[in-house]
Design a protein around this ligand. Structure first.
Ligand code: PLP
Length: 393
């Protein structure tokens, strides 16, 4: 007898995966250059040269040590370097003992859900949100509660107040956001923190703010990304090197528990226990060492900025209503018809692969991942023009 939940997740038609698979088949059928695949957030720029240099250098060293298990929370030298990096960049008050190195942000989020929820507890996420939040919360025996967006796709904090109850133990934010590219403003973060502090007092237990921030460095106009640790003590940063260093397949990220968090000792121990029960053992040891020497690096994101400007301006000129993305590498476009799935299907007829926003907990938009070649964006504009014409834009 297999797990019903796991079977359902394994068999469910993840819209993004289905669209990407369709794209691959279509490219084989009509030629890769004829399909405009905006479906997937896979970095399109190489890792910084320092990453390859570190690999080469490390491979000269002691192979047994290099490939050995590390301590479960990660190499202490790496954890110290991460804490120092957070303190240098954000004056975050981070402590190495509260840093847990993970197999990317996905593992970090799943570990948090298992560490912070008992059966029947709730995690809150602000739509639009990364679809895996729901799977992670439910696998941990909890439930994901969705809060709708307000103007400018900032969270609707009045709606949050309506949804908070004693069962809520964690609230997830994602800034810059996948799928909208929106950065959570200092104003939103400040009000959110006040609300959560009030709820902690009312319900008599901590509510942890999980800041999922794999796109923290992918910001194009110098817009600041406020650090949640400056606003709210019971915060856990959930980071990933997948996007900032273009290393998504190498699976390294970290959790950093706030040094002023109420139960930081217990929370860190629960994180260790959750990671153990989930079988993570440790994040890849070679990659921990590589990234330790590249913490001050970011992949060259100038191409993403060029792509963002080209796509945003191009679609606006054609009459599409687009959310201006300050960061990440996604453009959120309002569907010209209420049903974004129908719009996405219609776009397919023009070989445009756009992810309907229903996958992210809101209707009425499509997501375009612009981590693609600039040339593909240029070549796709006539297809968008034909699509716009069909809708009389
Ligand atoms: N959170 C968000 C918002 C993401 O977009 C992603 C990946 O696309 C992740 C988490 C997971 O990233 P990782 O590759 O580090 O598991």
């Amino acid at each position: 007898m297999v797990s019903e939940k796991s079977l359902a997740w394994g068999r469910s038609d993840n819209v993004i995966r289905v669209l990407t698979a369709y794209g691959l088949a279509r490219k084989a059928e009509i030629g890769a250059d004829k399909v405009f695949d905006f479906s997937i957030g896979n970095p399109s720029v190489p890792a910084p040269p320092a990453v390859d240099a570190a690999f080469a250098r490390l491979l000269q060293g002691d192979s047994v040590e290099l490939h050995a298990y590390t301590a479960a929370p990660g190499l202490m030298s790496f954890r110290k370097a991460i804490a120092a990096d957070l303190n240098r960049r954000y004056d975050a008050g981070a402590e190495a003992d509260l840093v847990y190195v993970t197999c990317g942000a996905s593992a970090g989020l799943s570990i948090c859900a298992h560490a912070l929820m008992n059966p029947g507890d709730k995690a809150v996420a602000f739509a639009p949100f990364f679809p895996e939040y729901q799977v992670f919360a439910e696998r941990a025996g909890g439930e994901l509660i969705s809060v709708p967006p307000a103007a400018g796709l900032q969270p609707d904090l009045d709606a949050l107040v309506q949804r908070l109850d004693e069962k809520v133990t964690m609230v997830i934010i994602n800034t810059p956001n996948n799928p909208s590219g929106v950065i959570l403003s200092a104003e939103s973060l400040s009000r959110l923190s006040n609300i959560l502090r009030g709820a902690e007092e009312k319900y008599g237990h901590p509510i942890y703010l999980i800041s999922d921030e794999p796109y923290r460095e992918l910001v194009y106009d110098g817009t600041p990304v406020p650090c949640p640790l400056h606003f709210y003590d019971d915060t856990i940063l959930c980071y990933s090197f997948s996007k900032s260093l273009s290393l998504p397949g190498e699976r390294v990220g970290y959790l950093a528990v706030g040094s002023r968090a109420a139960d930081k000792g217990d929370v860190f121990a629960a994180i260790c226990g959750a990671a153990r029960s989930l079988g993570y053992v440790n994040a890849p040891s070679l990659m921990q060492r590589v990234i330790e020497s590249c913490l001050d690096q970011t992949a060259d994101i100038s191409v993403y900025k060029e792509n963002r400007d080209l796509l945003y301006n191009g679609l606006k000129e054609l009459g599409f209503d687009c959310v201006y993305p300050d960061g990440a590498f996604y453009l959120f476009v309002k569907s010209p018809e209420p049903d974004a799935m129908a719009f996405s299907e219609r776009a397919k007829k023009h070989e445009l692969l756009l992810v309907p926003s229903d996958a992210f907990g809101v209707g009425g938009y499509v997501r375009l991942a612009y981590c693609v070649s600039t040339d593909m964006i240029r070549r796709s504009l006539p297809a968008f023009a034909a699509l716009a014409k069909e809708y009389g834009l």
